[in-house]
Ligand binder design. Structure first.
Ligand SMILES: N[C@@H](CCC(=O)N[C@@H](CSO)C(=O)NCC(=O)O)C(=O)O
Length: 260
């Protein structure tokens, strides 16, 4: 089985969001770096994977056999031309081309980290992370998947950009933007605190992809001067400590360390 490929740099919390899902699903996968410095994310090859020219992009199925098909076909044609008439030569070649085209259709690209995470969970029989067998539970997973994207990470993105990304490229940190979004984040965390006072996890008393999708961006928050913001919310802190104890999260934390 060809490994699944995740394209992107592990400094990106959108890329490592997918690594958490891949690790939790026990998937066999390969991370293929994409070099922002050379604008590789805007290359035609990458745009074919992600039309927005962003990372991550995900590929399932592979054409690594292309070389095998071509080699076999060329060798076969050469041998046959030397020994048989044309009909014998071209029939297998047509079969090869049919197999190749069929296999090519097996290749599958996905942009959007959260869609990738769902695909990975479903494909690797980790659909329990989406609770798809239970209408109400799966609805609660959907709610908190949306909340992570539209509330939690929406408030965190500007903070991480100002505190981590801008300095990485020699830029400054706009403290006004940071403060404004910290206030937004605190309001979100108040809702999380109330929710997690009643349930062990966000969607209910079961771990789900909704919890896991918070990991990469929260690891980045801990790398900023504002990590202590979580300390004011004890149930959120306990929830986070529980996630941090997971091997998948430990692996992504190690991957995201600057020296990695
Ligand atoms: N909704 C998408 C966001 C991807 C994204 O912004 N990727 C950034 C790097 S990570 O912060 C990116 O590729 N930026 C380069 C660009 O936008 O040109 C997802 O979740 O996959």
């Amino acid at each position: 089985m060809a490994p699944m490929k995740l394209y992107g740099a592990t400094v990106s919390w959108n890329v490592t969001r997918c690594v958490v899902a891949l690790e939790e699903a026990g998937a066999e996968y390969q991370i293929v770096p994409i070099d922002f410095a050379t604008a590789e994310h805007k290359s035609p090859e990458h745009l074919a994977r992600n039309p927005f020219g962003q990372v991550p992009a995900f590929q399932d199925g592979d054409l690594h056999l292309w070389g095998t098909y071509a080699t076999h076909m060329i060798l076969y044609l050469l041998v046959s031309l030397c020994k048989y008439d044309s009909i014998v030569v071209f029939t297998p070649a047509i079969i090869y081309i049919y197999i190749y085209m069929h296999h090519k259709n097996g290749m599958f690209f996905l942009p959007e980290s959260r869609a990738i995470c769902k695909y990975v969970a479903r494909k690797n029989k980790a659909a329990e992370l989406l609770r798809e067998g239970n209408l109400q539970e799966s609805a609660m997973v959907d709610v908190w998947l949306e909340v992570e994207s539209n509330q939690y990470t929406a408030a965190l993105n500007p903070i991480l950009y100002e505190c981590l990304v801008s300095p990485m490229f020699g830029g400054t940190t706009d403290q006004k933007v940071v403060e404004e979004n910290l206030e937004k984040l605190k309001k979100v965390l108040e809702v999380y605190e109330a929710r997690l006072a009643k349930h062990k996890y966000l969607a209910g008393d079961f771990l789900s992809l909704a919890d896991l999708n918070h990991v990469s961006v929260t690891l980045c928050l801990l790398a900023t001067p504002h990590a202590s913001v979580l300390n004011a919310y004890p149930h959120v802190k306990a929830w986070w400590d529980g996630l941090m104890a997971r091997p998948s999260v430990q692996k992504v934390a190690a991957l995201m360390k600057p020296s990695a």
